[in-house]
Design a protein. Structure first.
Length: 334
């Protein structure tokens, strides 16, 4: 498939509200993404009560509360997951979620979503990686905060526990919200592809959507991007998310880039073929020429249109004898 899989990351931008989550699904469906993705977790199983917030979280929330307290407010219950899945079906968009603990992994497995996302923070979580691999289903692996050995180690766990490389897509990623442009290092995505021989993609946390578009041009098979109803909403991830109109514009731009990439063959397209005669040139008379004269650089030149003898035949025309009279600018014939 040449089509890039676009994942609209709702994440926790629902702020714990199913109604906001449904509005996010509406936005994703209108934008035309392939998946809308949420996050599934039991706070007590994923975060200690002493775990600090990230710097960007403290800045965005203007709070020094613990990470536990922040995240606890953002949980979705099992029944709320089912409600959102039904709503996605109604809106003709695929539901997807990332688990952050093993109980949540088992819950998502019971939903038979058929696809797994391993977030950057779990790439060194051996029991988690082993459990995900045990389902033998396609996996998308994010690599924020990683060096190449980290990716290699995680990939080995997945492969050793039942997955094959053709089931794995590795996303280049930078885990800073928002990511400074100078830290994106998008060329590393190609390095990952070459090193590990897997499909690659890009999970973006920059402001705007220029980088995801560039990633598609560089060969990304999957694009993941956070989105929100409004960047001014309270919450840890809103500031680094796209608003509805921007998400739709990103999807449109990516689909256009896919069309523009075309094939590896260089050929004349149907749309441009008609312009060959208009834009190319022919060998024409530089002045009036009488029959019997020899064609020289003094009496022939090159001008549009391209419906006569190609200028690439220049050396073959020079020295030939004019078989008839030619007027100024008339196409030369041999």
């Amino acid at each position: 498939m040449n089509k890039t899989i676009i994942i609209a990351e709702a994440g926790v931008n629902h702020n714990g509200s199913v109604e906001i989550a449904k509005k996010l699904i509406d936005v994703a469906a209108v934008a035309g993404v392939d998946y809308v993705k949420f996050q599934t977790f039991k706070t007590e199983l994923a975060i200690t009560k002493a775990a600090p917030q990230a710097e960007y979280q403290r800045v965005n929330l203007k709070s020094d509360n613990s990470q536990f307290d922040m995240v606890k407010k953002l949980e979705l219950s099992d029944s709320e997951h089912l409600e959102l899945i039904q709503y996605c079906t109604k809106k003709n968009i695929k539901f997807f979620s990332t688990a952050f603990d093993l109980v949540s992994v088992n819950f998502l497995a019971s939903l038979h979503l058929g696809l797994w996302k391993i977030p950057s923070g779990e790439i060194t979580n051996y029991p988690y990686l082993k459990k995900i691999a045990s389902f033998h289903e396609p996996v998308i692996l994010s690599t924020g905060m990683c060096e190449m050995p980290d990716i290699d180690n995680a990939l080995c766990v997945l492969l050793d526990n039942g997955l094959s490389k053709d089931q794995i897509t590795i996303l280049h990623c930078n885990t800073e919200y928002p990511t400074p442009m100078e830290d994106v290092n998008l060329n590393a995505m190609k390095t990952i592809a070459n090193k590990f021989g897997v499909d690659v993609g890009y999970s973006d946390h920059t402001r705007g959507y220029e980088v995801p578009i560039a990633a598609v041009a560089l060969g990304a098979k999957v694009i993941e991007k956070h989105f929100t109803l409004d960047r001014n909403m309270e919450g840890p991830d809103h500031k680094a998310s796209l608003e509805p109109s921007e998400l739709a514009a990103m999807v449109s731009a990516i689909r256009n880039v896919e069309k523009a990439l075309g094939s590896i063959e260089k050929r004349v397209s149907d749309s441009e073929r008609k312009n060959i005669i208009i834009a190319r040139k022919s060998i024409v008379a530089a002045r009036d020429i009488k029959a019997g004269e020899i064609f020289t650089e003094a009496n022939v030149t090159v001008k549009r249109p391209g419906s006569g003898i190609s200028p690439m035949q220049w050396e073959n025309v020079l020295g030939k004898v004019a078989r008839r009279n030619f007027q100024l600018d008339e196409l030369i014939e041999l």
